[in-house]
Design a protein. Structure first.
Lengths: 308, 547, 281
């Protein structure tokens, strides 16, 4: 097998698996819809009132008068066409509702992620293979960072920096919500990165670099870091989950608009189409991120191309 | 029109739960001197947002707040209850009090260019009562409405099947805001997203979870007669921003990110008052106070002695004073003192008396105690079932509930609070009357609120929705309420309403809790925020000093 | 926050002995208080007194009182039980269901393996809290439903782990030998596979109890867990944030209780992981 076909094959397998995951997510949503107590039509309409015509339209749109299998296929077809249903609470299609909120959430999560990467890289490069005392101190901080619930951390940040010190805007600001969201991610990322760095720093090529008279920091940044970064990339999918889950809480605390607030309102008003839509969108995002990581791997590490 | 289908019942309860915020003492903000600044933008942070922007459909007071800048009404009500011309320059009431003839202002244009005329008035009123609109509030204000005649281009005659004295007061609310007849032709869902009117501001965009923005309506020249100025609005732009978290909203005001906020949390009122950069303005809401309503038709509260024991055995006044730091006052009547027809006599009609409460419970046969200390009768515990829908809770009412629960325990009453999974579940419980206690506030500028709260035909059933949560049926009370409808003489109506308040207090069919005040916080740079009679702020006269 | 317990599979750094002791002691104290909160408190956590509302820490009320005049210390102590119960309950449920899925995948043939593991993939692809919110939308809120929701999102790691361990044991030829000796599959699973998978499962479960604790508190914080006036840390914190500007103690102490418990569990879990993996390799 040539390297070329194996790359293509690998991507094909990956895409197939991803489609399978997405199909599974749609199925989970469909099952959820039917597991919810009450008539499916009533579940879809939620607490809003609709005219009998609209009700009839929903029944025919979803094929609710058809056998379950037909309903399932109808539902799959709708999702494939990008039709996530309609929120009767918000008086608009789910796709539209999500579309209007997702920008804010992506901005928040990307900022938090960028922040976490900067912190993790800085701290790990500076502390890897340092004295026990320094490593111990930072390990302790990281442990606390992992353990602190986002909602508590957020409230403390808000109170201290916004209300007491007045350093950051109470609303509309991106810094504090992003920090609150970034805390657990930074903590985990730092741990993983440092472990990677410490392993790499023992490698022979590092010794070679040092023997050529390279400065310590340069060795760490230019040689070791590149190798240590690789394993952290596999965590990216996990980060998507943590960041999106965390966004629900952070948006609530900081009264920020976004997917999280949308979902929470939907949950308390039993607006199932919206919750299902958000679940599907986040699953898609997870899949896309994972595919991108695979491609990224192939790009940065040529050895992997022949691996399969 | 009074008959509604079961499906139509759900939303009125959302209304019932969500509705509040109205009221009003005078005390308009005084300018430090000089003409108001023209230009600039005012940002007002609010705690909730509408689920639908069309006030003809929605019952939320925040819908009124969000659309008032863009919608004018036919008439305007001042804080003394006097009606002033607005889009109608004058009106006459027929001798049988069944029809109202309005002469309309000429030269008014909706912001989409459609001219305002008698046909527009007819289109709006017809839209409100149309079954397709599923009006949660406005249609209920004019149940005897039979139709509108377009007499000529600028004369409209509104007809009722019987005398309906609260009509003009209702007409002045934002729920009767006049929308462009062109815009009304759209489906209801589209109207929920955007409304078009003739108001001093024009809606730019409404983004859920974020807020709504407006720009000045150029050429606006038809302000209500009782406004502070005439002509265009002072502000270039107006924004209402949704900040749900109380602490965050207040923080946004103190740090100068917004110019004014709704609902300063009671806990922070004193702190905010001490801030030299801020002013705090309080408006008492007229209409039904925040009250508890015992179910008088089934369960433990059918016994008047048990109702009275619950009301008099719990120190509501102390709880309210401690919990709200004096921001809201303890209530004594079902309606607030600022309601036309308030009966001051209720203030001395009942008082906190735990000993008497215990005696009444003993007398009612709840003498034994179980292992947890609750009273029992024939082996059954004295349990009060209370569905409390937390998702729409405001003003820390959940904290209040927990306090009342703990106080009731001292009386030996087990208050079992349940949090319904959804509003739909709550509504089902409510219309079945499957509860012992429910709570809500019911703001209206008029004493007619009492009819919603206590009239027999206001008891919710599978076919009719109503706010008579006590499920109280009393022929005498019904008679007084109907007599009040038939007269426009304010003093006479007040007499009837006083009788109603006295009787329902005597019978303990309502446990008054607190009088809601709308607490507005604003930067000192902001001037002349006005007040709607139902006690929410208006921005036509408002201005902001730049810099 | 779901710790990527399996992704950071390298043996963690040694935690100082004092830290492990402190963590174990703290867990022990919380556990004792969860069983017998009356040991250190007097009165009920729901004793409200409007006149005693919002008193600062000190004096009769060690940690102050809340907006209802309830003793914060008593409520924090009584809050240990529902909080621990939610964390442990969700973990136990997830371990049970996850183990069954893992066993099915490893022993049930190729098709079952594919189906089960793809299902696990799907669960993994949904952000944890969102999955929990979906479950709650379907089954409604409440203590038990919150446990169910959290179990749904923590079970994939157990399913994967049990599958991997089972396959490992199976490949070792162990199972074939036992089968040839005439042991029934049920006996093999119970007597040989599960005991062998137990140690790594315990390690992951210990670490994940922390995740489940935070998740449970998060759901309560969002008003979807135990309903008031039940003293639960997340719910207390949620009420406390309204009063933060005047009564910081209402939110700080429940928050501290959650953080310290999760921290202790994490420390203990990592210590355990180190010990177990040291023994296995």
């Amino acid at each position: 097998m040539t390297a070329r076909t194996s790359v293509a094959g690998r991507i094909a397998v990956r895409l197939a698996t991803s489609l399978l995951v997405l199909w599974g997510a749609v199925t989970v949503a469909f099952v959820a819809l039917h597991l919810t107590p009450g008539d499916v039509v009533d579940v879809l309409i939620g607490n809003s009132t609709v005219t009998p015509e609209v009700r009839a339209a929903i029944i025919s749109d979803y094929g609710l008068d058809q056998p379950l299998l037909v309903q399932y296929v109808t539902y799959l077809g709708r999702v494939l066409r990008g039709d996530l249903g309609r929120s009767y609470q918000l008086h608009q299609p789910v796709a539209e509702a999500i579309g209007s909120q997702i920008g804010a959430s992506i901005q928040l999560t990307l900022s938090a992620f960028a922040m976490a990467v900067v912190v993790a890289v800085t701290v790990s490069v500076l502390t890897a293979k340092r004295s026990r005392w320094i490593r111990g101190l930072f390990s302790g901080i990281e442990l606390v960072g992992v353990s602190i619930p986002t909602f508590w951390g957020g409230i403390l940040l808000l109170t201290f920096f916004s209300f007491t010190l007045g350093l950051f805007p109470v609303t509309g600001g991106l810094v504090l919500p992003a920090v609150a969201l970034a805390i657990p991610v930074s903590a985990i990322l730092t741990q993983v990165l440092r472990e990677g760095l410490e392993l790499t720093l023992d490698e022979p090529f590092i010794l070679t670099a040092r023997s050529r008279g390279m400065a310590d920091l340069a060795v760490r940044v230019r040689h070791a870091l590149r190798h240590a970064l690789l394993p952290t990339v596999t965590l990216a999918g996990w980060f998507v989950g943590v960041l999106f889950g965390g966004a629900v809480i952070v948006e609530e605390i900081f009264s920020r608009e976004g997917i999280g607030r949308l979902t929470l309102t939907a949950v308390t008003s039993k607006d199932l189409p919206v919750v299902m839509g958000v679940v599907l969108v986040s699953a898609t995002l997870y899949v896309v991120v994972n595919i991108m990581i695979d491609l990224f791997y192939l790009a940065i590490d040529p050895r992997l191309r022949g691996a399969r | 029109m009074h008959q509604r289908t079961l499906a139509g019942l759900i939303v009125p309860v959302v209304a019932l739960l969500a509705l509040t915020a109205c009221g009003g003492t005078p005390a308009a903000r005084k300018d430090p001197g000089g003409a108001p600044t023209r230009g600039g933008k005012l940002t007002f942070a609010v705690n909730t947002e509408p689920t639908c922007l069309d006030p003809h459909q929605s019952a939320q007071d925040v819908t009124g707040l969000f659309t008032r800048p863009a919608l004018d009404s036919l008439v305007s009500l001042d804080t003394e209850g006097k009606v002033h011309p607005w889009l109608a320059t004058s009106w006459t009431v027929s001798p049988d009090q069944k029809s109202y003839t309005f002469t309309l202002r000429q030269g008014v244009k909706f912001s989409d260019g459609t001219p305002f005329d008698a046909a527009a008035v007819k289109a709006n009123l017809d839209h409100i009562v149309s079954p397709a609109t599923k009006s949660q509030l406005a249609a209920g204000f004019i149940t005897p409405y039979t139709g509108t005649d377009v007499v000529d281009q600028y004369t409209a005659k509104v007809n009722f099947s019987k005398p309906h004295s609260p009509f003009l007061a209702a007409l002045a609310t934002a729920y009767f805001g006049i929308e462009s007849p062109q815009s009304l032709k759209q489906p209801q869902d589209a109207l929920c997203q955007k409304v078009v009117g003739s108001g001093p501001f024009v809606i730019d965009a409404w983004t859920p979870k974020q807020g709504i923005t407006f720009h000045r309506n150029p050429g606006y020249n038809w302000a209500p007669e009782n406004a502070k100025h005439q002509g265009e609005a002072h502000l270039d732009n107006l924004e209402m921003k949704v900040i749900a978290e109380n602490a965050v909203r207040l923080g946004a005001l103190t740090s100068g990110q917004v110019d004014a906020i709704a609902s300063v949390p009671p806990i922070s009122v004193n702190q905010a008052k001490a801030d030299p950069k801020l002013t705090i303005e309080t408006r008492q809401a007229p209409g039904g106070n925040y009250n508890y309503y015992p179910n008088t038709s089934s369960g433990v509260f059918t016994d008047k002695r048990v109702r009275q024991a619950f009301r008099d055995g719990i120190d509501f006044a102390t709880i309210v004073n401690k919990l709200y730091f004096g921001t809201y006052q303890p209530a004594s009547s079902p309606v607030s003192p600022s309601t036309a027809g308030y009966d001051k006599g209720t203030e001395t009609q009942w008082k906190y008396d735990p000993a008497e409460a215990a005696r009444l419970l003993d007398e009612a046969g709840w003498t034994a105690r179980d292992s947890e200390g609750y009273r029992t009768k024939d082996g059954k515990r004295l349990t009060v079932r209370w569905p409390f829908f937390k998702a729409v809770v405001r003003e820390n009412r959940d904290t209040l509930t927990e306090q009342v629960q703990a106080e009731a325990k001292k009386l030996g009453i087990d208050v079992a609070v349940t949090n319904p999974a959804s509003i739909g579940e709550f509504v089902t419980t409510y219309i079945k009357g499957d509860y012992d206690l429910v709570d809500f506030s019911w703001q209206r500028a008029d004493g007619d609120a009492l009819r919603n709260l206590f009239a027999i035909d206001s008891i919710a059933s599978a076919t009719v929705f109503g706010q008579n949560a006590a499920r109280y049926s009393d022929k005498e009370v019904d008679g007084w309420l109907n007599d009040a409808l038939a007269t426009t003489d304010l003093a006479k109506r007040a007499e009837f309403y006083a009788k109603v308040q006295h009787k329902v207090t005597e019978e303990a069919v309502v446990f008054p809790v607190y009088i809601f005040n709308y607490v507005l916080g604003a930067s000192k740079k902001v001037h002349d925020i006005g007040w709607e009679p139902q006690a929410y702020p208006t921005f036509y006269d408002a201005s902001v000093i730049q810099g | 926050m779901t710790l990527p317990a399996l992704t950071t599979s390298r043996t963690p750094r040694r935690i100082p002995r004092a830290g492990v002791w402190a963590a174990t002691l703290f867990i022990a104290v919380v556990a004792v208080l969860a069983v017998a909160p009356g040991l250190v408190t007097h009165g009920s956590p729901n004793d409200a007194d409007a006149l005693a509302a919002l008193q600062p820490p000190g004096g009769v009320h060690l940690l102050g009182t809340d907006a209802n005049g309830r003793d914060v210390f008593t409520r924090v102590v009584f809050g240990a039980r529902p909080s621990l119960l939610a964390g442990l309950g969700a973990t136990a449920l997830a371990v049970a269901v996850g183990s069954v899925l893992g066993l099915l995948a490893a022993l049930g043939g190729r098709l079952l393996d594919e189906v089960t593991m793809r299902f696990v993939d799907v669960l993994l692809s949904l952000p944890g809290l969102l999955l929990a919110l979906l479950v709650i939308t379907v089954v409604g809120r409440g203590t038990f439903n919150a446990i169910l929701a959290i179990a749904a999102y923590t079970l994939p790691s157990y399913a994967r782990l049990v599958r991997a361990q089972t396959l490992l044991i199976r490949r070792s030829g162990y199972v074939e030998a036992a089968t040839s000796l005439g042991l029934t599959p049920g006996r093999i699973v119970l007597r040989h596979i599960l005991p062998n998978a137990f140690a790594p499962l315990l390690v992951v479960a210990t670490i994940e109890v922390g995740t489940a604790l935070v998740a449970a508190a998060s759901l309560s914080f969002l008003g979807l867990g135990p309903q008031p006036p039940a003293p639960e840390w997340g719910a207390m914190l949620s009420q406390g944030r309204e009063y933060f500007s005047v009564a910081w103690w209402m939110a700080v102490f429940p928050g501290l209780a959650i953080t310290l418990t999760v921290l202790s569990v994490t420390v203990a879990g990592r210590h355990l992981q180190r010990r177990v993996e040291g023994r296995l390799t």
